[in-house]
Design a protein around this ligand. Structure first.
Ligand code: HEC
Ligand code: HEC
Length: 395
């Protein structure tokens, strides 16, 4: 199935649910308080798809051969247009497996238009990207390596580079049973490696599993606020602390818009590429979020509720990277979210919270329990391309 069809299919699911909810409950209002799933510990490893098997192990256990191949490929710049950047360039271990600037760098000559996510725990996410428009890690990787402001690589070129790397031929034989690297198998190996980059063993998980001393008393008070007065649980729930629904929380447009011509080029290019009308394209200073997928006016500037794990290492926050600390995040919500709402789509759920200074500290103490130990992996030795004496055609 191609990517577009998958997205269309995924889009139907919430519609069907919304209709069911309407039928069952009469009027379903956004933010119905009694439908929130509880906070929950992460399973010991992310779900492994039947058509891309790998060992059910996560960092720091030993990798299997496919995860190890994915490790090399994740760090290998052969998987980009000009072979100057790899996944790791924008998902760096020292930057929380993301990118430390508010807006990510882009392919040489471009900047990106959004903040780069962490790759950690992405195996537990069902709707990837800030607008949830990618259904799996296997489907996401080609969009990253091929996308114009990310990897900008052509499949044929990238595949040829892999096929001209003797070490990869050897590893392909071991992992896939043949010596002809295909680009889609490369994405599978990368996806297997991303599932390995998981941190299910945090103080928060240990606390939920019964170790009452795993988090401080301040953090326990913070958890109560999260689930009560501060109402974060309304959107941030379940084991990844996200309902994977879409909201406009009113964030200001990135500062880069007024400061950097390259950023404006990217935003306009994205608008154009995603098929918005001429007028919007010309005005286009807002990132329209979910609207690009649905073309529904109500979806303008809506983004996926962000997962809240590994936060300690992934500042700055939000799709614009506008908030630099968790204290700033809590202040933002304490004021009822942001004011940037040109299309009247901002969620009604966010209201001023009137948190005291102590309550704000407690909330931050709770958020600090969701990260666990940092995942540190050195850059592996990348195997080189070599000339071959006799080029055998693919069988
Ligand atoms: C030039 C920078 C850049 C490169 C190179 C890049 N990414 Fe990303 N990545 C981003 C940005 C920015 C986002 C957020 C984009 C969005 O949501 O619109 C992102 C999002 C993601 C996500 C979504 C995570 C989530 O929680 O939703 C995954 C997974 C990911 N990238 C993996 C990869 C892989 C695998 C590669 C290499 C094949 C790669 N990226 C290459 C910048 C980059
Ligand atoms: C109405 C739903 C909703 C509520 C309530 C809510 N959030 Fe969020 N949260 C979101 C959405 C949507 C995003 C992503 C926004 C964006 O980037 O446009 C987000 C992003 C975040 C982020 C950034 C994570 C990252 O990786 O960048 C943090 C931290 C956060 N929220 C914490 C909280 C806390 C703490 C509360 C309670 C005080 C809260 N949220 C209440 C919907 C909500």
């Amino acid at each position: 199935m191609n990517r577009l069809l998958r997205i269309r299919g995924a889009w139907l699911v919430p519609v069907v649910f919304a209709l069911l909810a309407l039928g069952a409950a009469g009027a379903y209002a956004e933010g119905d308080p009694d439908v929130d799933p509880a906070l929950a510990p992460l399973p010991p490893h992310p779900p492994i798809p039947a058509d891309n098997k790998s060992a059910p192990t996560v960092y720091p256990a030993k990798m299997d051969a496919k995860q190890e191949l994915g490790y090399l490929l994740f760090f290998d710049t052969k998987l980009s247009g000009d072979a100057s950047l790899g996944c790791v360039t924008c998902h760096h271990p020292d930057q929380g497996w993301g990118f430390g600037d508010p807006i990510s760098r882009g392919y040489p000559g471009t900047v990106h238009w959004r903040n780069s996510h962490t790759a950690v725990n992405s195996g537990y996410v069902n709707k990837l990207f800030w607008t949830g428009n990618s259904p799996s890690l296997e489907a996401q990787a080609p969009a990253a390596a091929g996308g114009g402001v990310a990897g900008n690589g052509s499949n044929d070129m990238m595949e040829s580079r892999l096929a001209m790397t003797p070490e990869y031929k050897k590893r392909w034989k071991q992992v896939f049973g043949h010596e002809w690297p295909t680009i889609s198998e490369a994405w599978d190996a990368i996806a297997a490696y991303e599932r390995y980059l998981s941190q299910p063993n945090t103080p928060f998980d240990r606390f939920l599993k019964g170790d009452k001393k795993a988090i401080s008393e301040a953090a326990q008070r913070g958890k109560k606020l999260f689930e009560g007065k501060a109402n974060c649980i309304e959107c941030h729930n379940g084991p990844m602390l996200t309902d994977e629904k879409m909201y406009n929380v009113g964030l200001p447009n990135p500062q880069e818009w007024s400061e950097a011509g390259l950023h404006q080029i990217t935003v306009r290019w994205q608008n154009y590429q995603r098929g918005v009308a001429e007028k919007l394209y010309r005005e286009g200073k807002h990132d329209l979020g979910l609207y690009y997928e649905s073309k529904d006016e109500q979806d303008k500037m809506k983004f996926r509720t962000a997962p809240l794990r590994y936060l300690k290492y992934t500042a700055p926050y939000m799709h614009t990277g506008a908030l630099f600390t968790l204290e700033e995040v809590v202040d933002f919500y304490n004021e009822g979210g942001g004011k940037n709402d040109p299309y009247g789509t901002k969620t009604k759920i966010l209201k001023p919270l009137n948190l005291t200074d102590q309550e704000k500290k407690d909330l931050v103490a709770f958020l600090d329990t969701l990260s666990g130990e940092e995942i540190k992996m050195p850059a592996p030795k990348i195997p080189p391309i070599e000339a071959v004496a006799d080029w055998q055609p693919r069988k």
